[in-house]
Design a protein around this ligand. Sequence first.
Ligand code: NAD
Length: 375
Amino acid sequence: MNDDASPVHDPARRRLLGTLAAAGLAGVVPRVHAKRSRPLGVALVGLGYYSRDLLAPALQATKHCRLAGIVTGTPAKAAEWQRRYGIPDRNVYDYAGFDRIVENSDIDVVYVVLPNHLHKPFTLRAAAAGKHVWCEKPMAMDAAEARAMIDACRQHRVQLAIGYRMQHEPNTQAVMALARSRPFGRLRHIRAEAGFHGFDGASRDTWRLDAARGGGAMYDMGVYALNAARYTTGAEPVAVTATSSVERPEIFRGVDETMRFRLEFPDGVTAACETSFGRNLNLLRAECEEGWYELSPFQAYEGVRGQASDGRRFDAVIGATPAQQARQMDADALAILERRPPRVPGEEGWRDMLALDAIFASARAGGRRVEIASA
Ligand code: NAD
């Protein structure tokens, strides 16, 4: 990657940044992408399941971005990834040394694939290093964190995209379009359910069971149902009632195993949503005045399928796993290259976090109706 205009390789720009930093004005200079060649270099931060099994393989199939660097706390993993993907030493970072990435012109994008409590700090650090940020769902722990992430990326003139891969999937996009074209009349009610039965024999030492690290079903799977309710209505929820429950208390301590929440949208539209670590759930269904449509599954890696009351089918196929991830990253890379907003910007994740804050508040209050802060 040859980016002569990057902050460190342009001596004049480096001097200017140094002067501004000394004056407490770091970050006020727009990033310049003078000679941006394709594809963009992506560094994955956190080399766990999703990076290893989905994103790294997907980055072998992308056209507009490529796996250029890694950030990990485990030296043995780094060596294995370097061998497998031909990643040079200069593009390998540990968490403590991550900020040196500012000097690395091979890396254009930092993709944060860490436990949820680390999304904000690493987004802030990546933005401060002048790197575009892709961040996994859920965007953050709460709306205030999400807002700080958006503000930091804006301040440093870098893009922020959230890893809601379904919004890049064609059958999902067809359903999203129905919110505007309304072939079945007015929308009345939505069901959105996302969950899986897990953790029976698993180690308890996982962040998905730890409240402080963003564990629980709502953060992990519930955001799929929440995001789907929003993209299916094409509207923002105004209030919610929620109840959380734990069916296996020996496993779930301090986090929700199941969350049921009912969102109220304008014009009397409602969404009954459920998420669980105890039950397999994968349904998105819209009831309208003159018909219905549904996707089931609505968020599987292998593909999304659906049908409608008029006989139409949602059966577009985009290829074998990890095609969704490749499609998402290529679209987000193109948005950077073409200097336009990504399909799923930080604001989209933030709106989910506004609703999520209200969902948790309602559940804590035993199901009391809580109004959702407006964006
Ligand atoms: P994982 O547990 O498999 O991997 C997490 C990685 O973070 C590991 O490499 C671990 O070593 C590292 N890590 C650094 N600090 C840590 C800490 N304090 N505690 C625990 N691990 C720490 O998790 P994952 O399944 O890869 O999920 C990572 C992120 O990706 C999450 O935000 C998750 O919601 C998201 N995700 C998204 C999808 C999707 O389809 N979009 C799918 C799976 C996961």
